[in-house]
Design a protein around this ligand. Structure first.
Ligand code: ACO
Length: 323
């Protein structure tokens, strides 16, 4: 008998304000055609005044709990992936804990930028496998609209806000790849590439700062590293690409998503794509895509999923799970 961390609920939250590409044409030298053809993005959601990473994360967590038919006191831990916590501290996760009305257990943030949800899921899986928690809420939530330089057309058209959550539960498996739950994980980072994608503010500057990105340089690393980490995770899980039902990639750019699928020899019909509607929501993009993919009827119980992401750091990784 093997313990597995199985997804028993998922949910998401998107702010109500939808911004179409054309809106940027009023203030920037850009257009819908450039944004769509270079990134695949058509629109994104932006948080309203007063909406924060923790409030969106709480809404997503409540949806995941409702989906599982459980309440906040049924949860042992919250692991929240974000680079845009409401405050330097406390963690956004403890704010979510309070907003959910959860008075026991523990909560903490994980910061690995766009790869944050992969790192959070891997940590939550480890908590469950080591017996430190039976049920863990894993959340990705971001308010990237608050760290955009609205005069920089090469970044501010690419990002959006939102949150997604999954609830993991310890269940018995037989130790084979036909088990439900997380089957394998692979994490990587290489801090030598920190200058490719960073925020130029923080404790050392006394400002929040703005996102700075050498997009084409990040692009250069993305496809190869994503295909490699997905392949490593599949090997660890003892599965082949032919057995995979869905790739659920980080949603940064349709060309990266297509390039990675091609390298893995999987058709785009087996890729959950939300980038056109959400833009790049960083750590929120994968749980958003899981929840939207499930709601669309794409992801079904028993499906074998490979999920992968790369972001600032650089940090990247993949998780193989059976839904
Ligand atoms: N509208 C019109 N033109 C623009 C815009 C815009 N919004 N933005 C840039 N351009 C121009 C540039 O100025 C450049 O012009 P030039 O040739 O005269 O200098 C030209 O378009 C091409 O720019 P590139 O940056 O080379 O364009 P590219 O095809 O690489 O696409 C993009 C840019 C979409 C940013 C792409 O590189 C990308 O998606 N990179 C990866 C982003 C990513 O995955 N990040 C990781 C996750 S994010 C995270 O971790 C927070």
């Amino acid at each position: 008998m093997t313990t597995r961390a199985v997804v028993i609920g998922c949910g998401h939250y998107l702010p109500s304000r939808v911004v179409e590409n054309a809106e940027f044409e009023a203030t920037l030298d850009t257009n819908d055609e450039w944004i769509k053809s270079r990134s695949g993005i058509e629109r994104r959601h932006f948080a309203a005044e007063g909406e924060t990473t923790s409030s969106m994360a709480t809404a997503a967590a409540q949806a995941a709990l409702k989906d599982a038919g459980l309440g906040p006191d049924d949860v042992d831990a919250i692991v929240l992936a974000t680079s845009t916590a409401d405050f330097t501290f406390p963690s956004a996760a403890t704010m979510v804990q309070a907003q959910l009305g959860m008075t026991s257990g523990y909560a903490f943030d994980v910061q690995a930028v766009c790869a944050g949800f992969i790192f959070a899921l891997t940590n939550a899986n480890a908590l469950i496998l080591s017996g430190q928690a039976k049920r863990v809420l894993v959340i990705g939530a971001e308010t990237f609209s608050r760290i955009m330089d609205w005069t920089d057309r090469s970044t501010c058209v690419l990002f959006g806000d939102g949150a997604g959550a999954v609830l993991l539960e310890a269940q018995d498996g037989d130790g084979t790849a036909s088990d439900r739950g997380v089957l394998s994980t692979d994490l990587n980072s290489d801090g030598r590439h920190r200058d490719l994608l960073y925020v130029d503010g923080g404790v050392s500057t006394g400002t929040t700062g703005y996102l700075r990105m050498q997009g084409n340089q990040v692009f250069r690393h993305a496809v190869g590293k994503l295909a490699a980490t997905a392949t490593t995770a599949m090997e660890r899980a003892g599965v082949t690409a032919a057995e995979v039902d869905w790739i659920v990639p980080h949603q940064a750019n349709i060309r990266i998503i297509q390039g990675t699928a091609k390298k893995l020899e999987l058709p785009m019909e087996q890729v959950v794509v939300t980038v056109q509607d959400h833009g790049n929501t960083s750590a929120a993009s994968i749980p958003l895509a899981l929840s939207v993919g499930r709601d669309r009827g794409q992801i079904k119980p028993g499906d074998l999923i490979v999920t992968e992401a790369i972001g600032g750091g650089l940090a990247w990784g993949a998780v193989v799970l059976r839904w």
